[in-house]
Write a protein that binds this ligand. Sequence first.
Ligand code: GLU
Length: 336
Amino acid sequence: MSTKKALSLMLVVFVLVSLMVVVGCEEPEEVVDPDPEEVEPVGPIRWTIASGWVAGVYYPISGAMSRVAYENMDNISLTAEASGASVANARLIGTKDAELAILQNDIAYYAYNGIEMYEGEGVPEMRGFFTLYPEHCQIVASADAGIENPGDLAGKAVAVGPLGSGTEANAVQILEAYDLTFDDLGSVERLTASEAADFLRDGRVDAAFFTVGLGAAAIEEVAIVKDVVIVSIEDDKIDWLIETYPYYSKEVIPADTYSGVPESTTVAVLAMVVGHADLPHDLAYEYTSQIFENIDTIHGAHERGTLITLDTALDGMPIELHPGAEQYFQEQGLID
Ligand code: GLU
C-alpha cells in the first residue's frame, strides 16, 4: 500500500470512528411528562342543551343552536337533548347533567327561588342567558266534546302535559282559576306531546294542554286530520291568572294558526335559555355572542325562531344573568 493510500485509509477510519463516537455519545432525548396545567384541551368543550319535545319548538331551536356552535365556535360543541321540558330541565341544570337548557320563564323563576314545585329543592345556581319567544297555553279540544271554557274540562279525559313539563304547571294554574283541580277531571293522562296528539286524534282524550310556541308540530298534526278548537280562557280568569302568577300575559291566537282552527284567547309565558353559574365566563360570552351574530340560522329553524332578537333578548328575564351573557348585552348597549 502506498503511503498516500495508507493516509487516505487512516482518514476514512478516523472519520468513521469520530462519527460513531458522536452518534454513540449523543444524549438520549429527554422525555418530559407534560404539565397537565399547560396541556391545551383537545377539541371543543362538549355542552349539552336540554331542550323539550321532539314535536315542540324547543327542539328545532336548540338544534339550530348546536348548528351555530358547529359552524362558528371553535371551543364549544353543543348537543341538543329532548326531554319532558321546563320542570325537568331546571333540575338537569341543578344536577349538572346539562350545561344549558331551554325552559319557560315562569318555571325558571320558581326553580331559582325554590318555590312552587321546587319548594325545598330550588336551583339557585341557575343563571339567565336570554329570552326567546312567547309560548301560548293551548288547550286543544275535540270540537264535539262540548268544551267552551276550561271549566268544562270537569269530568273529561285530559292530557295535562308530559312528565317534567311546564305545561302541567300551567294546567294546574288554569284549572285553579276555575276552582278545579286534577281530581275534578274524568281522567288525567301524562303523555309525551306526540302521544297526546295521537290520543286526541283517536278520541282517547277529549282535550290536551300544550304550553308551546304557536305552530308546534304536535298540534298541527291533529288539526290537519280532526276538527279541534283551542279553548279560550275568559277575560276575568285571565286577569286573575296574571295577578296571581305575574309571568303570564294575555294573547290572542289568530284563526288558522293551525289548519281550520278558529281564533282563541289565552295566556302565554316566554321561552328562555338558562345555564349553570359555573360555566366559564369566556365560553358563556362566546356562546351568547355567536347566537346573536348568527341569528339567521336560528330564524330559519322554526317560524317562532324569527321572534328571537337582540332587542327583546332581556324582556321578561326572571333571574340573575350569567356574567358572560351580561357582558355581551352590556357591549350591545342593552344594559349598563
Ligand atoms: N314549554 C313546554 C314545557 O315545558 C315545552 C315546549 C317545547 O318543547 O317546545 O312544557
